[in-house]
Write a protein that binds this ligand. Structure first.
Ligand code: EPU
Length: 429
């Protein structure tokens, strides 16, 4: 198993290109199930999760091809995927696949809409929480699906096809919104999704569906009004930049000090997180090419933050902010309101010398003068990268085990950081 070794204490200076968003690329790839035509996705990040999803979709009959050579002057410009689901050959998504990647559960809506049936394994819990799928099923039922659960599988049927419906989500769910939106694009008539997730990745999927022939009003708001199409067509769509990768590198620069431009980043996708960084005393500037983050010597001010659905502070940046606040000049309070168990990084950060107390959903972080390198364990994607940030700040050497978590969601992490002066390397085997 690979490990990452970091020798901390270097400031970061230079440019980091931001990749396409993993959490948009995945549902966009799933959208290919909705049309027999070719869907071309540009700026797709080369990540373990993307490649695994391509394999999962292949089981359903989606042919995928990736353009041989990356275009453009930068080696980081994402890949171009061509996906064609001329015939759906299998409407079963087995446990072995769905349990490896939760987002593959989102094939349920599109398969049901296109084929009138689907059998998809329940994803099960995961390290950050129980993560039920009741809202996904509720939405599809509102659209006329008959749903049974048997032996760990969701058996869904809509013999005459799905029809439009009115879905009022009692709680904001990104995945349930994706599932319902994808299904509604091919359902008969109008579907209204209320209290839908407003995450930019949902908007990106909606924009792609519009190119494919669906009519959607309210993109970017919490009420989506979708007129389903009889048949959706192929399209060409470019994945929006990854706001979580952007926020992660912004916090890394804030933590180490230095001056870095996050190339291709869009400030409108993470306003709350950038405002939070400004409150810590870090310089955040929108430029023509992206976002510039700088901190030169000044102490970090502590902040109090609560995670919220978009446009609030994202849960996917909670661990990274905690790593940053570990060396702030005072006490910060971070409350996690989205997932019930997303604090696994706390114990690992403590191994580096962070002073963090947990009470239920709230972490109190007393800034310490400095962190010290140690061996730590990656537990999930975002927790792992918080350890990278802490390792970059810590005195001496930090080794992060179980790096495969990072490979799921960060493209060329070591290369991007080392180009800016970080001492970071991958130890293989
Ligand atoms: N929930 C329910 N019932 C449901 C669905 C969700 O109770 O049917 C609950 C969840 O348990 C959670 C909350 O609602 O407490 C929000 O979950 P949501 O459905 O929004 O999360 P998700 O769709 O499973 C996506 C991202 C996550 C990100 C969350 C929240 C992808 C592939 N995953 O997950 O990203 O944390 O939204 O923004 O888009 C990551 O990239 O590391 C990651 C975990």
């Amino acid at each position: 198993m690979d490990r990452i070794k970091i020798t901390g204490g270097q400031r970061l200076n230079g440019t980091i290109p931001i990749s396409g968003a993993k959490n948009a690329a995945l549902p966009l790839m799933i959208a290919s199930l909705l049309t027999p035509d070719r869907l071309t996705l540009k700026n797709v990040p080369n990540l373990a999760d993307v490649n695994l999803l391509a394999r999962i979709l292949r089981n359903h009959g989606v042919d995928s091809a990736v353009d041989g050579k990356r275009a453009g002057p930068s080696q980081y410009i994402g890949e171009t995927f061509h996906l064609s689901a001329r015939d759906i050959v299998d409407t079963v998504a087995p446990y072995e696949m769905v349990s490896r990647m939760r987002a593959s559960f989102w094939v349920l809506g599109p398969l049901l809409a296109r084929c009138g049936q689907a059998r998809v394994s329940l994803p099960g819990g995961c390290a950050i929480g129980t993560r039920p799928v009741d809202l996904h099923l509720m939405a599809l039922k509102e659209m006329g699906a008959e749903i049974d659960i048997e032996a760990g599988y969701v058996i869904a049927k809509a013999p005459g096809g799905l029809r439009g419906g009115r879905v009022v989500f009692p709680k904001v769910s990104v995945g349930a919104t994706h599932n319902a939106l994808l299904a509604a694009a091919l359902a008969r008539g109008e579907t209204v999704l209320e209290n839908a997730a407003r995450e930019p990745e949902v908007g990106d999927v909606a924009n792609c569906l519009v190119k494919m022939g669906a009519q959607i009003e309210g993109i970017g708001t919490s009420t989506l009004r979708i007129q389903g199409a009889n048949r959706l067509e192929g399209a060409v769509h470019s994945v929006l930049p990854d706001r979580i990768e952007t926020g992660t590198f912004a916090m890394a620069v804030a933590a180490t000090g230095g001056d870095v431009t996050l190339e291709g980043a869009r400030a409108d996708l993470l306003k709350t997180a950038l405002d939070t960084l400004r409150k810590t005393g870090v310089e955040v500037q929108e430029t023509n090419s992206g976002i510039r983050i700088a901190r030169n010597g000044a102490a970090l001010e502590p902040v109090d933050v609560e995670t919220q659905p978009f446009p609030g502070f994202p849960t996917d940046l909670q661990a990274q902010l905690m790593a940053l606040m570990a060396t702030a000049g005072g006490t910060s309070v971070i409350r996690e309101t989205i997932f019930e168990n997303r604090f696994m990084h706390v114990q690992e950060l403590a191994r580096l010398g962070a002073d963090i107390r947990l009470h239920g959903d709230t972490a109190t972080i007393k800034g310490v003068k400095g962190l010290t390198g140690a061996q730590v364990m990656a537990t999930d994607l975002r927790a792992s990268v918080s350890l990278v940030i802490a390792g970059l700040v810590a005195d001496g050497e930090t080794t992060i085990n179980r790096v495969y978590h990072l490979d799921r969601g960060f493209e060329q992490l070591e290369q991007k950081l080392s180009r800016c002066g970080a001492q970071i390397e991958r130890l293989t085997g």
